[in-house]
Design a protein around this ligand. Structure first.
Ligand SMILES: Nc1ncnc2c1ncn2[C@@H]1O[C@H](COP(=O)(O)OP(=O)(O)OP(=O)(O)O)[C@@H](O)[C@H]1O
Length: 324
């Protein structure tokens, strides 16, 4: 029986609340909107789903996830095996694109080596307030709540931090008062050492995106990042290739200074989804330096970011992304 067929078996009161239903190898996974339901009704809905769908042909297991009234906040980490590959640029633009799509997105810049989000999001110099010992995020000109290591310490000061220290400061950022933020994007420090590991242990993200440039060396590092997330049991949403092909601003010819297709091939080899490529473009760098993420506007250089943000949004709506 297909998913639609399974859905019709459920009473309308439950079926109307089903956010997603997926069936694979005898397991049916349901995500149900539990807004306004009391504990007894939730329990009853879960039991009914298990009983009714468990009787359908070919169904062995029924998994039901109830999304609480206040949607659970999902943390998505953006990582890279090495620095300078565009991890922060991607994170800022994913935040801008998701915000534009109407998602309640916030941004944590955990990059102690070079916190660049204050510049990318035009919040340099802002000092976060605290209430009851909890930090209050700074609101960017785009309306995106954010906190950065750069808001907490002077440039360069956090560089010598070791894992536990960085982990504590990071905990303060993630445990801030994020209000109704539903998606928290996490700009991780580049690399795969104890600093990153301690951050993942402190707050396990719900999913991770890995950024790489097309060079072989960057790809080897990206594989290390994949191993780091695997060992922390963080699902990898996919790989993004940045600085892929250079469009000459004078003649328009596209060249591939770092090769082409390497990240996609690497993704294929490891079974990690490939989310897309972002060209190396002067306009991206100029907009980033000006604190105006291109994905916030309608300029063509924002499109590649928006396409990736759309895939992230889709992943978040799957049972796995919903934490089912
Ligand atoms: N697609 C792109 N086209 C042009 N410039 C880019 C692109 N992506 C990133 N850059 C530029 O490359 C530099 C490094 O980018 P970014 O700071 O995002 O990298 P990163 O991986 O976060 O680095 P790190 O975390 O090591 O500081 C920045 O100057 C940024 O503007």
């Amino acid at each position: 029986m297909d998913e639609q067929g399974l859905l019709t078996r459920l009473p309308a009161s439950i079926a109307g609340r089903v956010q997603s239903i997926r069936q694979a190898e005898g397991t049916v996974t349901l995500v149900i909107d539990a807004t306004g339901l009391d504990a007894a009704t939730r329990e009853a809905f879960q039991t009914a789903c298990r009983d009714i769908l468990g009787e359908a042909e070919g169904v062995e297991t029924v998994r039901v996830a109830m999304m609480a009234d206040k949607a659970r906040r999902r943390i998505i980490a953006i990582g890279s095996g090495k620095g300078g590959v565009g991890k922060s640029t991607l994170t800022a633009n994913l935040a801008a694109a998701l915000h534009k799509m109407g998602r309640k997105v916030g941004l944590v810049d955990a990059d102690i080596y070079g916190p660049s989000q204050p510049m990318l999001m035009s919040t340099g110099g802002a000092k976060p307030q605290a209430k009851d010992e909890q930090l209050l995020p700074v609101i960017s000109p785009l309306g995106i709540p954010m906190l950065s290591m750069g808001h907490l310490v002077e440039p360069g000061k956090a560089l010598a931090w070791r894992g536990p220290m960085a982990g504590n400061a990071f905990g303060q950022l993630v445990d801030a008062d994020w209000g109704d933020t539903e998606i928290l994007l996490l700009d991780l420090p580049p690399g795969t050492g104890d600093v990153q590991l301690s951050m993942l242990q402190k707050h396990k993200p719900d999913g991770a995106i890995i950024v790489s440039t097309p060079q072989d060396l960057a790809l080897i590092d990206a594989q290390r990042a994949a191993n780091l997330f695997d060992s922390g049991k963080v699902p990898i949403i996919g790989l993004v290739e940045n600085m892929a092909g250079y469009a000459c601003p004078h003649c328009g010819e596209v060249s591939d200074p770092f090769g082409r297709g390497g990240v996609e091939a690497a993704a294929e080899g490891t079974g990690i989804p490939f989310l897309g490529r972002i060209p190396l473009a002067l306009a991206i760098r100029a907009a980033s330096d000006a604190g105006e993420p291109p994905a916030a506007g309608d300029a063509p250089e924002g499109e590649a970011f928006t396409a990736i943000a759309r895939q992230l949004a889709e992943w978040l709506d799957t049972p796995q992304g919903a934490g089912a």
